[in-house]
Structure formats: C-alpha cells, structure tokens
Design a binder for this molecule. Structure first.
Ligand SMILES: O=C(CO)[C@@H](O)[C@H](O)COP(=O)(O)O
Length: 216
C-alpha cells in the first residue's frame, strides 16, 4: 500500500494543529515529524512537548523521524508523547540492534534511516528486524531541498532484498519529493512518501489529494 506522510517541518507552526488536521482530513495516512538536535544535523526543530500537544489534533499515524545523536536515550519519551513509528539513523547510533529492540519493546514500529552518502550495506543487516527502511533523498536538516536521484539505487536494492525474501515491508523516501519525481520514486519501490514543501506550499488539502491520486 502506498502511504503519504506530509512533513510538518514545512507547515505553519502558528496553526500547527489545524495544518495537521487539513492533511489528515484530505487523506494523508501518516504525519511525518522531523526531530532535529543541532548535532546530528545542523538545525534544531521541535521535540516532545510539541508532539504531545499536536497529537491531540488527529488519530493519524505519527511517524517520528529522529535526526538526533544516540536516540536510544529518548525512545520512551517519544513513545509517551504519541509516536507510532520511530525512525533512527544508522549513522547516529552506536548500537543499532539495541536501539531497534528498545523501540519495539515500547510497542511501536521501528525504522532505520540512511543518509544520501551512506552506502546501502550499512542498513542491510537490519532489514529483517525493522518495520520500515527510510532512504533520505536530501541531506537531512532542512525542508525544501533538491531531490538526489542517485539514492533510488538504494531503494531498488532494498526492495529487491525484501522481494527475494518474501517480505512485504515499507520503504520510505524523504526529501525533495514532488509531483514530477513521484512516479520514478514509486517505480523504484518506495511506498511511503514524505513530502513537506510540496504539500504545505499553497493549498495543503488540494496538494495532499493530488499526491494520493498519483499514488493510487
Ligand atoms: O527530514 C527532512 C529534512 O531533513 C524532510 O522530512 C523534509 O522536511 C522534507 O521536506 P521537503 O524536502 O519535501 O520539503
């Protein structure tokens, strides 16, 4: 199943709850929440109190993407704030196995992300254990960047691995996705589409519906 995950990083924070409701009512299944610590990535975004507050605005799945160093320190806090899926970066964890175990022990889905410059081999050992692989298609840290098409090879390799092993798992792609590059992204095998600026720039409800239409 194809899933749209609008990234709130590009939303209007002054009316964040309403912005989330707009895309959820238009059919977005996930709400993508980018947490940045200013260390793993150059920028700082928002954390637990904001997530806890906007959690009340919708029943949609909260897909929390932790761009933070050693996220294992905060798994329980993000689950208590309302995360349904927690993604950690392969580049940010000393012990990925332990981090995945901790996420699952909290009763939520576990995902692992890789940055554009990280070789796909770094995520392969964890594919069996995780619920979703996230392939970054921009350098993490900011919304509105240009899509890096080379990362589609990683999506193809991961999708082949899942197909060859009869695993119907999710592959999420994040960064620079728009109406023009969406077809090649789906064709490569990604099925969870994160889109920030392409959703929230202009009419968020109409953009959400257009994405979902193209993803059918
Ligand atoms: O994690 C990130 C950026 O670090 C992304 O989730 C972006 O927020 C997606 O926004 P667009 O590239 O679609 O504007």
């Amino acid at each position: 199943m194809n899933i749209l995950a609008p990234s709130i990083l590009s939303a209007d924070f002054n009316v964040l709850g309403e912005q989330i409701q707009t895309v959820a009512k238009a059919g977005a299944q996930y709400i993508h929440v980018d947490v940045m610590d200013g260390i793993f990535v150059p920028s700082i975004s928002y954390g637990m109190p904001v997530i806890k507050s906007v959690r009340k605005s919708t029943d949609a799945v909260f897909d929390v993407h932790l761009m933070i160093t050693e996220p294992v320190r905060y798994i329980r806090d993000f689950v208590d704030s309302g995360a349904d899926i927690i993604t950690v970066h392969v580049e940010a964890c000393k012990d990925i196995d332990e981090t995945i175990r901790d996420i699952k022990a909290c009763g939520v889905k576990a995902a692992v992300a890789i940055n554009p410059e990280t070789p796909v081999d770094k995520i392969m050992p964890y594919l069996d254990d995780i619920d979703m692989a996230l392939v970054m298609s921009v350098h993490p840290g900011f919304g509105g960047q240009k899509f890096i098409p080379d990362v589609l090879d990683k999506v193809r390799i991961i999708r082949s691995y899942y197909r060859d092993n009869n695993m119907d798992k999710d592959i999420e792609i994040d960064g620079g996705i728009n109406f023009d590059n969406l077809p090649e992204v789906l064709e490569a095998g990604a099925n969870v589409i994160v889109a920030g600026s392409s959703v929230y720039r202009g009419d968020a409800a109409a953009n959400t519906k257009k994405f979902l239409e193209l993803m059918r």
